[in-house]
Design a protein around this ligand. Structure first.
Ligand code: SAM
Ligand code: SF4
Length: 339
């Protein structure tokens, strides 16, 4: 079947392996005040401000995507709370709920969260993922080049104003594995859902090695040294495999050891308008020009739809297949892609 026929047949956001897309991640800036060793390059080259997609273009894009089946939008970065206007943008997105948008979320490092939490809640944000890789002040600083206190204050404030908060921890071998047990105790005490994430080959300086990954099995082994009852919970359509640890639910996102690619329902857009059909795709599709000219009525809609449906359709099977075909080709890092 040629690609033109695919486009004619698939007006919904679906790929060649039958995976329907329901989630969109928008990176609204590549800038960040942290320098996490597993993410940011030593010498980042920031996107020039005039090259960022405007919030207006982002809104038009979101509307376009929600009309075609996107149900959840996650705002990320870089650090999304560093871009002025993000709260107003979230407020603007509320109008898409009547078109089918069900959830508006954000992933943040939490540093500026305390001052923005109430406004985010009032703007209609549903939930937040906050990164917290260590509870040890020195280790946190070593990993991120920033202090932990504002992050803990941000998490507390977000909970106080009624935002649903999850905490993400990227584990790196011989670095912060000693935080697995303290973080589970802390999450239980704070009544926060905690997720451990396997380190992925998306660090800015491309130093990742498979030997740096703390695998799901290694996390479970470590947990077994401190907790009695570890049970896997039925996994729904969720990339994190969930476990009950003596009654506390945690998640493990094991992209490297147990990829969830077979059920991937995500699409991504970078802050400069590159559309990615996969976190590990070697290339994006530049749609900035189209997004800059998109309105609900104009012909750009037809052009954008044709390009996007084709890009979505051709999404690769998954991480393992991409790695097997082109192990050393890498173009983009996590601070650009947004996680
Ligand atoms: N600055 C925000 C933050 O840190 O939460 C949002 C952007 S950050 C790129 C999004 C998520 O990607 C964070 O949870 C971060 O821990 C995760 N991340 C970054 N680099 C990673 C890597 N190499 N492997 C796995 N997760 C990574
Ligand atoms: Fe910044 Fe988030 Fe990357 Fe850390 S993980 S450097 S906080 S973008």
């Amino acid at each position: 079947m040629n690609s033109a026929m695919h486009i004619a047949q698939h007006t919904a956001l679906i790929d060649q392996y039958g995976r329907q897309k329901r989630k969109l991640r928008l990176s609204i800036t590549d800038r960040c005040n942290f320098k996490c060793s597993y993410c940011m390059p030593e010498h980042p080259k920031w996107i020039k401000k005039h090259k960022l997609l405007s919030f207006d273009a982002l809104y038009q894009f979101c509307q376009f995507m929600v009309q075609r089946g996107i149900e959840q939008i996650r705002i990320t970065g870089g650090e999304p709370l560093m871009r002025q206007g993000v709260v107003e943008f979230i407020a603007q997105l509320q109008s898409l709920r009547s078109l089918g948008l069900k959830r508006i979320s954000m992933t943040t490092n939490g540093h500026y969260l305390a001052q923005h939490a109430l406004a985010l809640k009032q703007a209609g944000l549903d939930d937040l993922n906050v990164s917290l890789d260590s509870l040890d002040e020195d280790q946190f600083k070593q990993l991120t080049q920033k202090e932990i206190q504002p992050v803990l204050a941000g998490i507390a404030q977000a909970q106080r104003v009624g935002l649903v908060v999850k905490v993400n921890c990227v584990l790196i071998k011989n670095c912060n594995e000693n935080q697995i047990i303290p973080l589970v105790h802390w999450a239980k005490h704070q009544q926060i859902e905690l997720r451990f994430i396997e380190f992925m080959p998306l660090d800015g300086d491309q130093k990742w090695s498979v030997t740096d990954v703390v695998t799901e099995q290694e996390i479970l082994n470590e947990l077994a040294t401190a907790f009695h009852q570890i049970d896997m919970i039925q996994q729904m359509n969720n990339p994190a495999r969930q476990y009950s640890i003596d009654g506390t639910v945690i998640g493990i996102i094991s992209t490297i050891s147990h990829s969830f690619c077979h059920q991937c329902d995500r699409l991504r857009l970078t802050a400069e308008g590159e559309f990615y059909n996969c976190l590990f795709a070697k290339k994006g599709l530049n749609i900035k020009y189209l997004l800059d000219h998109l309105t609900p009525q104009n012909t750009t809609q037809t052009e954008l739809e044709a390009q996007l449906l084709q890009a979505i359709w051709s999404k690769a099977q998954g991480f393992s297949e991409i790695q097997a075909q082109q192990p050393r080709v890498r173009k983009i890092s996590m601070h650009m892609m947004g996680g």
